[in-house]
Design a protein around this ligand. Structure first.
Ligand SMILES: Nc1ncnc2c1ncn2[C@@H]1O[C@H](COP(=O)(O)OP(=O)(O)O)[C@@H](O)[C@H]1O
Ligand SMILES: [Mg+2]
Length: 175
């Protein structure tokens, strides 16, 4: 029996639709969506800038400190591309979103990604890097791979997740 509300983790290569699905699920359930990249900027958890990847490097310890209290309350949807440094105990269900390479390529190009950054992100999706990372970081039975190629799939996934949340409440919480 858990003493906190459910916490969910959305993972996946940039562009697979984590933020879109997190926002919709948050609107539907009332759970609080935390986009970790934005949260890290707001809470000043960034170190130097990586010139090759054109993105800032995270101060992971500071970020974990900032998130700890929120995660202990529960009721959070965490949205981030990597899982390897979050404590396992934070999450009850983990979703890894997947998108076909050609669709992802177009989404990332529309977002302005070019060159090495674009190619590396497509490789990351092809090699299932984040799925493997999630499976090694969390119990396999709580890791769910979801496809997010079109908007119908987004709605189907959100509805399915709402059902999982209801089931989790039945299984884990006293009334
Ligand atoms: N399943 C989908 N079908 C169509 N467009 C999508 C889908 N998922 C995401 N998008 C669009 O692709 C872009 C990237 O989505 P976003 O949620 O920002 O990805 P992430 O947070 O994983 O980087 C956004 O413009 C979003 O509206
Ligand atoms: Mg995002």
């Amino acid at each position: 029996i858990y003493s906190r509300l459910i916490n969910l983790l959305y993972l996946g290569t940039p562009g697979v639709g984590k933020s879109l699905m997190s926002r919709l699920l948050s609107e539907k359930t009332g759970l609080t969506w935390i986009d970790v990249s934005k949260f890290a900027i707001e809470k000043e958890c960034l170190e130097e800038y990586d010139e090759v990847y054109q993105c800032p490097v995270l101060d992971e310890d500071k970020l974990l400190d900032q998130l700890e209290g929120l995660m202990c309350e529960g009721g959070k949807i965490i949205d981030y591309h990597g899982a390897d440094f979050f404590p396992e105990r934070w999450f009850d269900i983990v979703f890894v979103l997947r998108t076909d390479n050609t669709i992802l390529y177009d989404r990332l190009r529309d977002r302005g990604y070019i060159g090495k950054k674009l190619e590396d992100n497509i490789d990351c999706e092809i090699f299932q890097t984040i799925l493997e990372e999630a499976k090694s970081a969390y119990r396999e039975e709580i890791v769910h791979e979801l496809t997010s190629n079109d908007l119908n799939q987004v709605n189907e996934n959100v509805n399915r997740i709402c059902q999982w949340i209801e089931q989790w409440k039945i299984d884990n919480q006293e009334d």
